[in-house]
Write a protein that binds this ligand. Structure first.
Ligand SMILES: [Fe+2]
Ligand SMILES: [Fe+2]
Length: 364
């Protein structure tokens, strides 16, 4: 990361207002809030997947994580002992990470809750209620850690004032499925790394990631089943949309993670290696529902991802420079970024047949 970007990012996070500003920011890279067509959600029919669906609903009902998202007495002690040792730069990156995580957890909570309130369909209503329950626990748990630093978010205010993006149900399915599965892959990869290197666990919240990511995994399973009840969403022209969402989600993650190199470095991870581990897990899982996956080991794919990060760095520098020249440079690099995205989109993909049994076990 350039020093300009680093200082721009690291200057501004001291108060709850700063945190709220980051959470409400609208950019290509920041987590969004969504709304959708509730009537179409109400018309979903999960009966073609009934057996797998009922098994999944029994798991939600069993709620094996009901007691997980509580802080232990040792939590605060560990924050005081371990986190007080980290550098100011790492502290800032970690707090930014917590804010974007709480925003995306809460984004799921709001969307699932709104669907739940606006449908009568008992299957969808029950599912959305369970998922909103889980996401609300996740968001609340992260927010407690922000409150330790006096920068907790007012989630009610965020819900009222952050902008909402409308997505048709099928885009909600593609995007949310992927964000749940990639969320699982990210949390489990961090958890496994810190399991091997406990001395690098600089904050106790990472201890919670293993059971936490099983919730995300199950949320992803739910969308997989919903999509498999509508086979037309998974073939023909819609495959082009699947490719788009796969690339958009991977590219966003790559660029965002590479602007926070210290966070991964402190855990003994290299951002690029970490991201490819996450891509590999996500690609493997998503074969349950998507008939294509991206060729993440293609040299042109890797070069394109690097190029996207480079373009974003230049955009941030131009923004910091300001003025007419800054604006022109910003526009130029935005065009370069978009052209890179198109080239990545046009790379060949891998094709798969869909398995008869949809559900996958969280075995990573
Ligand atoms: Fe979550
Ligand atoms: Fe989730």
């Amino acid at each position: 990361m350039s020093s300009t970007t680093a200082s721009a990012a690291h200057d501004g996070l001291r108060t709850s207002d700063d945190a709220a500003r980051q959470a409400k920011a609208e950019s290509l890279l920041s987590p969004r809030f969504y709304t959708t067509d509730f009537k179409a959600m109400d018309r979903l029919d999960v009966s073609p997947m009934r057996a797998e669906w009922d098994k999944m609903m029994a798991e939600y009902e069993g709620d094996n994580n009901h007691d997980h998202f509580q802080r232990t007495p040792e939590f605060a002690k560990e924050v005081a002992e371990v986190f007080s040792q980290v550098s100011p730069e790492l502290r800032q990156e970690f707090l930014e990470f917590l804010i974007s995580s709480v925003t995306s957890e809460f984004s799921g909570c709001i969307l699932y809750n709104e669907i739940q309130k606006n449908v009568g369909n008992p299957d969808i209503k029950a599912l959305m209620r369970y998922m909103a329950r889980d996401e609300s626990r996740h968001a609340g748990f992260i927010n407690q850690s922000l409150k330790d630093f006096g920068i907790g978010l007012d989630l009610g205010d965020l819900k009222r004032t952050k902008a909402y993006t409308y997505f048709k149900p099928k885009y909600i399915f593609y995007a949310t499925y992927l964000s749940e599965k990639i969320g699982y892959a990210r949390y489990i990869t961090i958890f496994r790394q810190l399991e091997r290197h406990p001395e690098k666990r600089f904050h106790p919240i990472f201890r919670w990631f293993e059971r936490w990511c099983n919730d995300e995994f199950r949320h992803g399973e739910s969308f997989a089943l919903i999509m498999r009840t509508q086979p037309h969403l998974l073939r023909g022209g819609n495959v082009l949309w699947i490719r788009f969402f796969l690339l958009a989600v991977y590219a966003t993650m790559y660029v965002r993670d590479h602007t926070r190199p210290m966070l991964h470095h402190a855990m003994g991870l290299d951002s690029t290696e970490y991201d490819y581990t996450v891509f590999r897990i996500t690609s493997e899982i998503s074969k349950q529902v998507f008939p294509v996956s991206l060729d993440i080991d293609h040299p042109a794919f890797r070069a394109g991802m690097e190029r996207l990060f480079h373009c974003q760095t230049r955009i941030d520098e131009a923004k910091a420079r300001g003025g007419l020249i800054g604006k022109l440079q910003q526009a130029g690099w935005a065009v370069a970024g978009a052209a890179t995205f198109v080239r990545l989109y046009l790379l060949p993909v891998k094709q798969h047949a869909l398995p008869a049994q949809v559900r996958v076990a969280p075995a990573w």
